[in-house]
Design a binder for this molecule. Sequence first.
Ligand code: NAD
Length: 511
Amino acid sequence: MSITETSTTGQASAVSSATQSASPGETFDVLNPGSGEVVNTYPAAGPDEVRAVVERARLAAAWWRAQGTAGRTRVLKRWRSHLVNHADHLIDVVHNETGKPRGDAQLEVVLAVEHLAWATKHAPKVMKRRSVFPGLLMSNMAATLEYQPLGVIGVIGPWNYPVFTPMGSIAYALAAGNAVVFKPSEYTPGVGHWLSNSFAAACAQPVLQCVTGMGATGAALVDAKVDKIAFTGSTATGKRIMAAAAEHLTPVLMECGGKDAMLVDADADLEAAADAATWGAMSNAGQTCVGVERVYVHGDVYDEFVDRVVDKASALTVGSGDDAQIGPITMPKQIGIIAGHISDALDKGGRALLGGPGAVGERVVGPTVLVDVPDDSLAMTEETFGPTIVITRVASMDEAIERTNNSAFGLGSTVFSKARGAELAARIRSGMTAVNSVISFAAIAALPFGGIGDSGFGRIHGADGIREFTRAKSVARQRFAAPLALTSFDRTKKTDELVGKAIKLLHGRAG
Ligand code: NAD
């Protein structure tokens, strides 16, 4: 069966649907978002097939763990080298499946490789057994803590950064000693296959496998009793996955949507801020979870900032050609959402200084700059995921913080300020903040990446991203018999009295 349909905008599309059935033997087409041509056809894996893949992954996980850190490091370095030396091919697959310009595809591959290198290098140190202080009451003990792999991780990915985003889970999970079963987006199954095939070129064991299909294949993976689900995608799907995972008490990592804000203070470098706002909002055609969607600008510099953004955005090239800076919208149904947000903003009193409803085409959306948009507009509250930006004048940075934090989402954020960058960053309710730069936190491998509120929980990247795919293992070993036997029925009244006195001495004083 070919899972294609005609969307509201008249384009044929590979359909994303959580309710679509996906029995073994069915297939679905992936269409090039720029041309509408079929890129390739993939099998939609059903529950039996997914369970079989997870069974294979269980055996591979035991093998992978037994390799130890030295063995795993050797394989992961081989894989990294393969990725780098065949990157052109991967970039083509990303370009054909998502429509994004090749330069943007290269950027995500480069960042993914950086993260793989960091995770490979640091996992042994992060997980290594270490001694911890047992406390005075337990000073006859030696206490050690180590982090052990969980086993099999199910990674469910989105299409917007089909390499960078899932690799934030895959690379860290593998480096932590787990096997991975990856369910890529139905829009980018070729990327998923490419990644697992490239791993196979570096390792004969099925430590990284890929299952393709629609939402139902993802649901089958959640039901397959893996040891953790690492999900990246929309908040709505995240909630469904969490509910399903609860059935087996499977832990979940949720990397969901955002509505990221940028704050521009009166003393900001306006040229740099306008450049960052334009790129942050419109690169990858605005289809970035940590893209800039709202900007709050101090009244003293508002007019100049708006002019600069409009100038920069007007100069962008849009289309499917090699010279385009803004490519097509990958998921056809998103075009209707973007159009809805623009018209809702205008209906409620907003103005389009650039673009607007006329910028919404069949496959592409032109840059759109909106101002005077009320706070209750969809463009201010929901993820737009298009090359649009809403700029709002504020009287002070306190007001900017208040309006920024008045959102159900809390993924990334940006601050442009010469004097108050760190202070303002600390007050924003979001997982990450870039100061006088944009989205820079995603490229620093040592920094954990993730959100709060409707943007999800848990972290990829950094040491926290390694621990996310491990369990803490605590061991307390008695070195010598304690003078006071606490954990025995032989404990005497005298011991109880001494313990009562000791705890007062240790913790009784407030100062
Ligand atoms: P989506 O939620 O539609 O799909 C994500 C994945 O979930 C796909 O592989 C899909 O097949 C699968 N899926 C769908 N229903 C499922 C179910 N019931 N059970 C299991 N799996 C199911 O999201 P999308 O449109 O692919 O991605 C765009 C979204 O991802 C945006 O909201 C964006 O902000 C978010 N995103 C977040 C981050 C982050 O790090 N926080 C990064 C990239 C994208």
